[in-house]
Design a protein around this ligand. Structure first.
Ligand SMILES: C[S@@+](CC[C@H](N)C(=O)[O-])C[C@H]1O[C@@H](n2cnc3c(N)ncnc32)[C@H](O)[C@@H]1O
Ligand code: SF4
Length: 390
């Protein structure tokens, strides 16, 4: 079976936040003193240069044209528009992109950051992702967020006024002491502001976070299930399609960058702790690579000629699970042909397990594609476990 090179996206990680939220296990660190904006932009450009040198030297794949760009974090919106401008211009000189490409920036809805939205839009950033989480004051406090409910609502409007027609709102549910009505208030308030995309995540207690050490009082399983179900119904009634397990979009507003991850596309990852994936179709190999995680160490390394990170090959036996844990998150699922092009392995390898899951109504098959049923999505971890050690 031959691998084919999938589309290539670019992810850029910004590892700083005003404060660390007690539930967050992302590579994000509280800002201490001034942000090293200029130094970090230079390091990111060096990081990209090193990636491109490696790709070219070893002829891993043809890099361009890019499929999407995503500036994520942490809190990229803490950076000034001038720094983001220098970064985007620098990247563009190394790796051009087509004019209509999706460029997302993650932002927190504080007033300071909202004031920069228009300048970010003027730089060509055409998708904004706002980390609202909740529109209720006590919930925002319990989550350790720095913005108020009023600021969250105002930020959405400011983003629209700034010209962001492609606008995501992140909401979390299953929050400390959250009732069904609390959660529905959040969904309805988000809908009232008419964004084009809503990510609706269940709060998870991640290891090595403050919440894991001091667990808050969370709603019971039945309430969380009811919130998930009712939230989904409200979103779908308002015209949002659930195209991924936690992602809802109006027609034509699915996140192209995330779709590329879920379709097992390739991506370059720049910045502290960023990951990348590259397909070397000619040699039948798939690389995963990673960058130094700690921002201070990352910046230090960028002053030396050494590489900023390392890389490993994805072993053939790991590929089916890696592919499926992305593809089964999608409503569209995947086709046997896609499985073979993306993994370089015969579909027959996973067929017996897929057949068993189809018989158990955890998966369904339609128009030559296989996807999770609603039941399968509810038990996605158990579905995926069945592919371990194939
Ligand atoms: C890592 S944040 C980056 C964006 C921005 N810093 C923010 O917090 O809004 C991206 C999103 O991940 C989600 N998230 C982070 N930690 C989570 C957790 N433990 N459980 C569920 N969702 C989480 C939140 O909805 C958040 O908006
Ligand atoms: S603001 Fe976002 S990235 Fe930063 S700590 Fe909170 S959840 Fe994590």
């Amino acid at each position: 079976m031959r691998l084919s090179p999938p589309p290539l996206s670019l992810y850029i990680h910004f590892p700083w936040c005003v404060r660390k939220c007690p539930y967050c296990d992302f590579n994000s660190h509280p800002v201490q003193g001034d942000l090293p904006e200029q130094q970090y932009v230079e390091a990111l450009l060096l990081d990209l240069t090193q990636d491109l040198e490696w790709i070219e030297k070893e002829r891993v794949r043809y890099p361009g044209p890019l499929h999407s760009l995503f500036l994520g974090g942490g809190t990229p919106s803490l950076f000034s528009p001038e720094s983001i401008d220098r970064l985007l211009s620098g990247i563009r000189a190394l790796l051009p992109w087509p004019p209509d490409i999706e460029i997302t920036l993650e932002a927190n809805p504080s007033t300071v950051e909202s004031n920069k939205f228009r300048a970010f839009r003027d730089l060509g950033i055409n998708r904004l992702s706002l980390g609202v989480q909740s529109f209720q004051e006590p919930k925002l406090k319990a989550l350790g967020r720095i913005h108020s409910a009023r600021e969250a609502e105002a930020a959405i409007e400011t983003a629209k006024e700034a010209g962001f027609t492609n606008l995501n709102v992140d909401l979390m549910f299953g929050l400390p002491r959250q009732s069904l009505n609390d959660a529905l208030y959040d969904v309805i308030t988000a809908l009232r502001h008419a964004p084009t995309h809503i990510s609706f995540y269940q709060l998870t207690l991640e290891p090595n976070t403050i919440f894991a050490k001091y667990p808050p009082s969370l709603p019971d399983e039945d309430t969380v299930w009811e919130i998930g179900q009712t939230g989904q119904e409200k979103l779908e009634l308002a015209g949002f399609q659930r195209y991924e397990i936690s992602a809802y979009a109006q027609e034509g507003y699915q996140c192209q960058h995330n779709l590329n991850y879920w379709r097992f596309g390739d991506y370059l990852g720049l910045g502290a702790g960023a990951h990348g994936k590259l397909t070397d179709a000619q040699r039948g190999r798939i690389w995963r690579y990673f960058k130094i995680r700690h921002p201070g160490h990352y910046l230090q390394k960028a002053k030396t000629p050494e590489r900023i990170g390392g890389r490993v090959l994805i072993a053939e036996r790991e590929r089916p699970l890696e592919f499926l844990l992305n593809a089964l998150r999608l409503k569209e699922g995947f086709s046997p042909g896609q499985f073979e092009c993306c993994t370089g392995l015969p579909f027959s390898l996973v067929e017996p397990v897929l057949d068993a899951l189809l018989a158990e109504n955890l998966l369904y098959q339609q128009n030559g594609r296989i996807a999770c049923t609603p039941l399968g999505w509810n038990f996605l971890d158990s579905v995926l476990e069945r592919f371990i050690g194939l």
